[in-house]
Design a protein around this ligand. Structure first.
Ligand SMILES: NC(=O)c1ccc[n+]([C@@H]2O[C@H](COP(=O)([O-])OP(=O)(O)OC[C@H]3O[C@@H](n4cnc5c(N)ncnc54)[C@H](O)[C@@H]3O)[C@@H](O)[C@H]2O)c1
Length: 281
């Protein structure tokens, strides 16, 4: 018997990366899954892969920056499968990047709408159906950048820190209803989000990211799916308000000391200042 037998899950960003891996894993563990994403074609592919393996899933086209689209997503879970037990607020973008002086307020707001407001709304619209089900598990994807800000990712880091804080305040409010609220802080995981802009693509990302933390391999979407499965399952029934770090040890610090000479880590984590002379004022 699977770990999630009889449960119903909503997953945003389930057309790609961690969301897709989690949808496939949840279905394998016996959950019925509502796959939500902006990308209809890839979302339908996730559903087809689940169905081919004998699992249950439907696709709901969803833009998480729309309040009404998120409401419709949670209504679909209940109309399709009769209940809601698990929500995985996972859809995300890199958002506004660059120096503070380069970031417009529009780009700042867009980053927060997708990374933070969508998590708030995902929690909000889970409450009523989860109360009816007698409890539930809400999981959101934060980031190690929400614990220690990443260079050049001001908006992203602040938005993910807000997800961690919201996870804690929501856990306090909803514990009485046996609705658990947790988040996952991934380190560097090889998904299109990180390699889309890289010249060497997926392979280059995997090579570089293998050296970004004490455990010498890059993160895989399945590493995050495993943690999400645990948090969604009854095995985690006394865990709420937690930020679970899944990062190969990146957040322990000092991983850079292990790097080969000349390697400065993934550019999205820290600026390479190794060639700059020391400065005095
Ligand atoms: N990859 C990493 O190293 C890493 C590290 C820490 C946290 N994260 C977070 O993990 C989550 C998943 O990212 P991933 O790495 O799997 O990336 P990904 O690009 O593979 O998947 C993200 C998915 O979100 C969807 N999406 C984007 N905007 C959307 C919107 N407005 N509405 C609906 N869907 C939308 C995309 O279409 C895509 O399918 C994100 O929240 C991201 O910030 C990623």
């Amino acid at each position: 018997m699977g770990k999630l037998e009889g449960k119903v899950a909503v997953i945003t960003g389930a057309a790609s990366g961690m969301g897709r891996a989690t949808a496939i894993r949840f279905a394998r563990e016996g959950a019925a899954v509502v796959v939500a994403d902006l990308n209809s074609q890839a979302g339908e592919e996730t559903v087809a892969e689940i169905a081919a393996a004998g699992g249950r899933a439907v696709f709901q086209h969803t833009d998480v920056s729309s309040d009404s689209a998120l409401k419709a997503l949670f209504d679909r879970a209940v109309s399709e499968y009769g209940r809601l037990d698990i929500t995985f607020n996972n859809a995300g973008i890199g958002g506004a990047t660059g120096k503070l002086t380069d970031i417009s307020s529009e780009d700042w707001d867009k980053t927060f709408v997708i990374l933070t407001r969508a998590v708030f709304l995902g929690i909000k619209y889970s409450i009523e159906p989860m109360r009816k089900a007698g409890g539930g598990s809400i999981i959101s994807t934060a980031s190690v950048a929400g614990l220690r800000p990443a260079a050049g990712l001001h908006a992203y880091s602040a938005a993910k820190a807000a997800v961690i804080s919201l996870t804690q305040s929501a856990a306090i409010e909803l514990g009485h209803d046996f609705i658990r609220v947790n988040c996952i802080c991934p380190g560097g995981v090889v998904t299109p989000l990180v390699y889309r802009g890289m010249r060497g693509g997926e392979e280059e990302a995997r090579r570089n990211m293998a050296r970004a933390q004490p455990i010498p391999r890059a993160g895989r979407p399945e590493d995050i799916a495993a943690m999400a499965t645990f948090l969604a399952s009854d095995e985690a029934e006394w865990i709420t308000g937690a930020a679970m770090v899944v990062d190969g040890g990146m957040n322990t610090g000092n991983a850079r000391l292990n790097f080969a000479p000349g390697f400065s880590g993934p550019s999205f984590l820290r600026p390479d200042r190794s060639n700059e002379p020391p400065r005095t004022r």
